[in-house]
Design a protein around this ligand. Structure first.
Ligand code: ADP
Length: 569
């Protein structure tokens, strides 16, 4: 009946835990697991990073172009007018070159007057300048009018001519802006131009730009730095991560020369390796490409780490959940068992109180009616009433002690005691009862037991509990042995019987409060399950302990060990 009730409670618990906690949690973990797996399979993290890279490169290319356009525009504004004298023209062009170290040369083409070119002296030789003048003259005499027409129709009247050449084994890349002056080309073609120097581009212009483009500020908020219009081009979170520094490179986009190990310029921390994502630049840097990668890692490695971390977190979560579940299950199980023990306790105790009370009442009533005439009989009834009331007090004392212990308020009164005498006296008041129940009683108290400091009442109660148990839990062979002896610094009080014994698995549990073994005889015997837990509390309070040796069907032996030296508490 009880076990059915318990298993019902347990079943309900498992069902609740299962439906309310385990199922949703497992589903959540499973769905997440699948999600991470699909991210791993579809390379989503890499794709995200690459998309961010693409955004960043698009913005960077715009930034590079706008810088070159701005420099060109500034130069164009400072250009001389066709009506200026040649000297004035030269002076103004010289000024532009002097103000801008990025320009190898600047020139003004006028169909009427030819080409005037001013060079950066340390970048271009006289001879080179002369050759350029010749080249521009021939070219614009042929195509000048056409270019003026084309440029006049463009919103930005600038066109770009890029040139690549090998110079002492490395790539020399230069680009030239050619522009028209709308107010001056009514009657004849007039063109201006600035040529960006290859050395300056390679050594200053690109490196400085790359440094700026890979700086954390730019990566965090390119829009704020470079104006509106980049709303859709915001880089994502991955590349904003402070631990993951970026590096960029400018290199020839030409398929044949697109060897990232021959870059035109790289930002710090490129290391070796190819760009993760590259972007072909348009005017003004047509022919070049911009590449990007992480410093010291790859998108694939980051993705692998992310997936691995996600799996790890999911794994740890699962373990925690299972652990928590087991703990909850066990603790609730314990509570269920304790609740059962408590309810058993109540019914046991009421039963134990009722029997002696009924006997006392019955015998007292009989005496009251005056039907008992012989003195002997009367004496017998009185003694039954006394014994039953003693049993009642013993039980109530146990319960009171137990509740004091539970409330933490049990106090012991340690006094110097002749323990041999205490044991003898306690047993004497039981001797009659023991022998009447047909027990063979063996009492063996070693001589010369020194006196010890104990709580007399508590030790007597422990002994009475053990003796009562021996009497209660013996069926066929009725034997009770009590021994008091000294073993080194310990005093041993042994109570043995040849009764039903206790199963090995239950031997440690019988000292728990309310616990009673499953033996059928135990269930037919009155008891509260408090006795042994009191015995253990009492001996431990004296600095000792209690042990049991028992074989089912052969009997049990309980041994109290008390230290001879004064206990501190
Ligand atoms: P109870 O009031 O049930 O006797 P105890 O705490 O004294 O409570 O004992 C706990 C349980 O230990 C008993 O219910 C019984 O199953 C077992 N037990 C105690 N003493 C003995 C013994 N001498 N022989 C067999 N079983 C015992």
């Amino acid at each position: 009946m009880k076990s059915k009730r318990d298993s019902n409670a347990r079943f309900r618990l498992v069902l609740t835990l299962g439906l309310a906690v385990v199922l949703p949690a497992l589903t959540l973990i499973f769905v997440n697991f699948q999600h991470v797996k699909s991210i791993q399979r579809d390379k989503n993290v890499e794709a995200l990073i690459h998309r961010d890279f693409q955004y960043l490169l698009t913005i960077s290319a715009k930034k590079m172009a706008s810088k070159a356009y701005a420099m060109t525009e500034k130069a164009r504004e400072a250009f001389p007018s066709v009506d200026d004298s040649d000297d004035e023209k030269r002076r103004k062009l010289d000024q532009i070159v002097a103000n801008n170290p990025a320009f190898a040369h600047v020139f003004l083409y006028d169909a009427k007057k030819g080409v005037i070119l001013q060079r950066q002296r340390d970048l271009m030789t006289e001879k080179e300048a002369e050759e350029s003048v010749k080249g521009y003259s021939t070219w614009f005499n042929l195509e000048g009018a056409y270019y003026c027409g084309v440029l006049g129709r463009k919103s930005k009247p600038v066109m770009w001519m890029a040139s690549e050449s090998e110079r002492s084994g490395s790539l020399a890349y230069a680009t030239t802006a050619i522009f028209s002056f709308p107010e001056r080309h009514n009657d004849r073609p007039v063109l201006g131009g600035v040529s960006f120097d290859s050395k300056h581009l390679k050594e200053t212009f690109f490196p400085e730009l790359l440094k700026e483009l890979t700086s954390p500020d730019f990566i965090k908020d390119p829009e704020q730095l470079y104006g509106q219009g980049f709303h859709e081009l915001m880089p994502g979170e991955v590349i904003e991560h402070p631990d993951q520094k970026l590096s960029m490179m400018v290199y020839p986009a030409d398929a044949l020369k697109a060897e990232p190990d021959r870059p035109l310029a790289v930002s710090a921390g490129w290391g070796n390796g190819k760009p993760e994502v590259s972007y072909k630049l348009d005017d003004p840097f047509r022919g070049l490409a911009l590449g990007i990668k992480f410093q010291g890692t790859t998108a694939e490695a980051i993705s692998r780490r992310w997936v691995w971390q996600s799996f790890l977190i999911l794994g740890v979560l699962s373990v925690l959940m299972i652990g928590g579940l087991v703990l909850t299950y066990r603790s609730v199980n314990k509570q269920v068992a304790l609740a059962r023990l408590k309810s058993d306790f109540v019914s046991n105790v009421s039963h134990e109180l009722r029997t002696p009370l009924a006997l006392i009442r019955l015998y007292a009533e009989t005496l009251e009616l005056g039907r008992i005439t012989t003195q002997e009989k009367k004496h017998e009834y009185y003694s039954i009433i006394r014994k039953e009331s003693e049993r009642l007090s013993a039980l109530i004392n146990n319960i009171l002690d137990f509740s004091r212990i539970e409330a933490g308020g049990k106090e012991y009164d340690f006094r110097e005691t002749d323990i041999a005498e205490l044991v003898r006296n306690t047993l004497d008041s039981y001797r009659y009862q023991i022998e009447q129940q047909g027990f063979v009683f063996e009492e063996q108290i070693d001589p010369g037991i020194p006196s010890v400091k104990v709580d007399r009442e508590a030790i007597a109660r422990a002994l009475v509990n053990l003796v009562n148990n021996a009497l209660k839990y013996s069926d066929n062979e009725k034997f009770l042995g009590v021994r008091l002896y000294r073993e080194q610094s310990m005093l041993k009080l042994e109570v043995s019987d040849r009764g039903i014994g206790i199963d090995r698995n239950e031997q440690s549990r019988i000292f728990e409060k309310f616990y009673r073994t499953c033996d059928p005889l135990v269930h037919n015997t009155k008891g509260s399950g408090l006795g042994l837990s009191l015995v253990r509390h009492i001996t431990r309070a004296h600095g000792g302990d209690v042990e049991v040796e028992s074989t089912p069907g052969r009997g049990s032996k309980f041994t109290l060990s008390l230290p001879l030296a004064n206990p501190s508490t």
